[in-house]
Design a protein around this ligand. Structure first.
Ligand SMILES: NC(=O)C1=CN([C@@H]2O[C@H](COP(=O)(O)OP(=O)(O)OC[C@H]3O[C@@H](n4cnc5c(N)ncnc54)[C@H](O)[C@@H]3O)[C@@H](O)[C@H]2O)C=CC1
Ligand SMILES: O=C(CO)COP(=O)(O)O
Length: 332
């Protein structure tokens, strides 16, 4: 029986479990595949997702989800967004009645268009104050290599945010707290879409001015969208907004950047999906975010152009000149 459980042993779940264990928290990691759990437990490696990383001996792994959840005082979720509901439906009953549930996921559910904290509240029928989300400039492999960084833990309950942040910290990972769950979650979702755009123009061969223009206008777009959905504007200039935008748009480690780059090089959406070995959440978020933006009356020209490129309706070379869809100059 461990003190906290992390569900999902991909690159982020494994890295986050390592960070918790390195901070002194007794942590168990649940992997769906028994051979993955065995490799982590016996060899202290997760070669598929974190090549070259030795995991701490204090971190344990299992493919028995009920055993992982037994007695866990906090539960961290690190599966792809489109798989979360099914996981909770099947195994949510094994989660202890008071344990805070923490989403590490950066996506929205297609169809329902719900944020992950909303999926958790709906599926587990629990109060929002028991739910927290973590977001920030957190490229998994860098953190697994112990490069220092920070994140923000957000919950409508400051007490829950504090309890989680006290665990989710160590010498190389620092957690701040806030109560703006909407802004913190949407920051993590929307930077993936801007990273797709940056990847596309990188794949085309455009340079730094193009990328800086897209990041800057992207932040304005992300902020308008998040504020229209109830977020605080300041959150978008924090770690979960600007911070994550900088990290994700500037790094070849980003899967969203990589997926965009392939699109920019001329690969189709189908080819890109087939080539990605890890989840690039932005690909699944484009449609639901575009629908949410339309419903809220928020104009998102960069997102719109990413959607057109993904659908094969726009030549990637045309994306950057159209930072706005207006013919008339508009106020920055
Ligand atoms: N990798 C990173 O740098 C970061 C990722 N995230 C977010 O974390 C979430 C997870 O991403 P990664 O770990 O990076 O993805 P990944 O592609 O590296 O791993 C996903 C893991 O989920 C497992 N999985 C897939 N479907 C499942 C299911 N139905 N039940 C149980 N397990 C299932 C896979 O086997 C795999 O172990 C995403 O929302 C991502 O945006 C957030 C911050 C950093
Ligand atoms: O969320 C991340 C960095 O903060 C990881 O980005 P990618 O999912 O694009 O790899």
């Amino acid at each position: 029986m461990a003190d906290v459980a992390v569900l999902g042993a991909g690159s982020w779940g494994t890295t986050f479990a390592k960070a918790l264990a390195d901070g002194g928290t007794d942590t168990v990691l649940w992997a769906r595949r028994p051979e993955a759990a065995r490799e982590i437990d016996e060899s202290r490696r997760n070669t598929r997702y974190l090549p070259g990383i030795t995991l701490p001996a204090t971190l344990h792994a299992t493919s028995d989800i009920r055993a992982a959840l037994e007695g866990a005082s906090q539960v961290y979720l690190a599966v792809p967004s489109q798989q979360l509901r099914e996981l909770l439906r099947e195994h949510g009953g094994a989660i202890g009645p008071d344990a805070p549930i923490v989403s590490l996921i950066k996506g929205v559910e297609a169809g329902s268009r719900l944020r992950m904290s909303e999926v958790i509240a709906e599926e587990l029928a629990i109060d929002a104050g028991r739910i927290a989300v973590v977001s920030g400039p957190n490229l998994a492999l860098e953190i697994a290599q112990e490069h220092p960084t920070a994140a923000v833990v957000s919950s409508s309950s400051p007490e829950t945010a504090r309890e989680v942040a006290k665990r989710a910290r160590n010498d190389y990972f620092h957690s701040f707290i806030n109560t703006d769950v909407v802004g913190t979650e949407f920051g993590g979702v929307l930077k993936n879409l801007v990273a797709l755009a940056i990847g596309i123009v990188d794949g085309v061969g455009y340079g730094e001015n193009t990328k800086a223009s897209i990041i800057t206008r992207g932040l304005a777009e992300v902020t308008d969208f998040a504020v229209a959905h109830g977020a605080e504007r300041e959150t978008m200039s924090g770690l979960a907004g600007l911070g994550d935008l900088i990290a994700t748009c500037g790094s070849p480690l980003s899967r969203n950047f990589t997926a965009g780059r392939l699109l920019g090089m001329g690969y189709s959406r189908t080819d890109v999906v087939a080539r990605m070995e890890q989840v690039a959440e932005g690909l699944a978020s484009v449609e639901p975010v575009a629908q949410l933006a339309a419903a809220a009356g928020v104009r998102m020209p960069i997102l719109e152009q990413v959607r057109l490129v993904l659908d094969g309706e726009m030549d990637p070379r045309d994306i950057a000149p159209h930072l706005t869809t207006d013919d008339e100059p508009i106020q920055e």
